[in-house]
Write a protein that binds this ligand. Structure first.
Ligand SMILES: Cc1cc2nc3c(=O)[nH]c(=O)nc-3n(C[C@H](O)[C@H](O)[C@H](O)COP(=O)(O)OP(=O)(O)OC[C@H]3O[C@@H](n4cnc5c(N)ncnc54)[C@H](O)[C@@H]3O)c2cc1C
Length: 383
């Protein structure tokens, strides 16, 4: 017979919460959980794992999200608004600066039709929530704000809610802040099995077996295998994005855009591709060439910039693109977290989601993000 959790002795392998996955979702949750005073361990994979957290673009983006699901737009806005305090706290606790800035972001439009379509979407969002405001800029106004933008662009949509950060420094800061609060990070501990016991879970990994009262599945694409072990559905598929990085250039872009953003160090990240290629995180010359061409159409000065790095990475996509945050009905204490905007949502994950997973009240906004929506007859394809 299993002894109740409170009667069993605590060991080095016993935790209040074990988080599976040490990407941006897992670490933001683990940091938030550690802040609630829980004893937390993160079991992570190794360098061969698919890791979106180490291959993304670094946008904190609200504009245009949630066209058919207002709570998603609001959830992204909440996170974007919390990011300043979140970044400051990480910097203060670790000395690592996530390089967060929120000057507002631009969606650049090559044609008048793109500008009109984007404006219609943003206007319908703004009508439902005044916080989701935006501006439509013609080419002259765009170039007044970004002189390096091409005179060939039709214009741009601007929203003050958007920003960007350095995702690698953010991840590093989360790791350091988590461990400074007593969190235990275990790399090369792939979770192979989660076994529900009465009132607790055994978490079997490739290196050791841990025990916890709660388990959070935040293993990116690995969630597809882990979810069903605790009665949770993880309907996910990879969607590849490719990114190019230029040599360091003199500052010319003070704002993030969907096609290019300039880092504090001067290099420019290019890319907004999306390919259904399964578990393949490589690169393709035609896609890279298309990314480079579109960036050059937007900013002609990039024609002379040298590309110094390029990579592919896999997004973690649900069928409708919305996040999934759910506690198991059959095994309470087991949670799953899935999303494709783990940079944008990092602050909300740490501040709002983690306290719920630690045992607090369930935030109402999460009603929109359960898998019950996939049983409804129509699934949104555009979020
Ligand atoms: C090209 C690209 C551009 C992007 N741009 C942006 C952007 O601009 N803004 C934004 O908000 N988001 C962006 N994203 C998304 C963002 O990167 C992810 O949402 C974010 O990284 C969070 O992912 P994750 O933690 O869920 O998964 P990952 O980062 O993939 O991490 C999963 C972790 O789980 C571990 N793991 C897997 N299986 C197991 C297991 N069985 N046991 C233990 N550990 C396991 C892996 O080792 C890995 O460390 C982009 C993604 C891509 C690919």
């Amino acid at each position: 017979m299993t002894a109740p959790a409170q009667q069993r002795p605590r060991t080095a392998r016993t935790f209040d919460v074990v988080v599976a996955g040490g990407g941006l979702v897992g670490m933001a949750l683990a940091y938030g959980l550690a802040r609630t005073g829980r004893r937390v361990a993160v079991c992570d994979g190794d360098d061969t794992a698919y890791r979106a957290a180490r291959g993304n673009f670094g946008l904190i983006w609200v504009q245009g999200k949630g066209g058919r699901c207002l709570p998603y737009a609001q959830w992204s806005l909440v996170s974007s608004q919390r990011w300043g305090t979140f970044a400051a706290q990480l910097r203060c606790e670790t000395g690592v600066d996530p390089c967060f800035e929120r000057p507002g972001g631009f969606e650049l439009c090559e044609t008048v039709q793109q500008l009109d379509e984007g404006q219609r979407l943003l206007e319908s969002l703004r009508e439902r929530d005044a916080g989701l405001d935006y501006q439509v800029l013609d080419n002259a106004e765009l170039r007044r704000r970004i002189p390096a933008a091409s005179s060939e662009l039709a214009g741009a949509l601007y929203s003050r809610n958007d920003g960007h950060a350095n995702p690698l420094f953010t991840l590093r800061a989360l790791h350091e802040a988590f461990q400074a609060r007593g969190g235990v990070y275990l790399p090369r501990h792939d979770v192979t099995e989660v076994i529900p016991r009465s009132g607790r879970f055994d978490i079997v990994t490739t290196a050791a077996t841990l025990e916890a009262e709660r388990v959070v599945l935040a293993a990116g694409l690995g969630n597809a295998r882990l979810g069903p072990m605790v009665g949770l559905d993880a309907p996910i598929a990879p969607l590849r994005g490719q990114i190019l990085v230029t040599e360091k250039l003199a500052p010319f872009l003070d704002y993030p855009t969907l096609v290019a953003r300039q880092t504090r160090e001067g290099s420019v990240l290019l890319g907004d591709s999306a390919e259904n290629v399964g578990l393949n995180d490589g690169v393709r010359r035609d896609v890279m060439s298309d990314i480079a061409q579109r960036a050059q159409n937007a900013f002609p000065l990039l024609a002379n910039a040298r590309i110094v790095r390029a990579w592919g990475a896999l997004r973690i996509m649900t069928p409708d693109g919305l996040p999934v945050y759910e506690e198991s009905q059959t095994h309470p204490g087991a949670f799953i977290a899935i999303c494709h905007s783990g940079v944008t949502l990092a602050a909300a994950h740490a501040d709002v989601l983690a306290p719920w997973m630690a045992g607090g009240a369930r935030p109402e906004v999460l009603d929109a993000f359960t898998t019950t929506r996939f049983t409804a007859s129509s699934v949104n394809q555009h979020v």
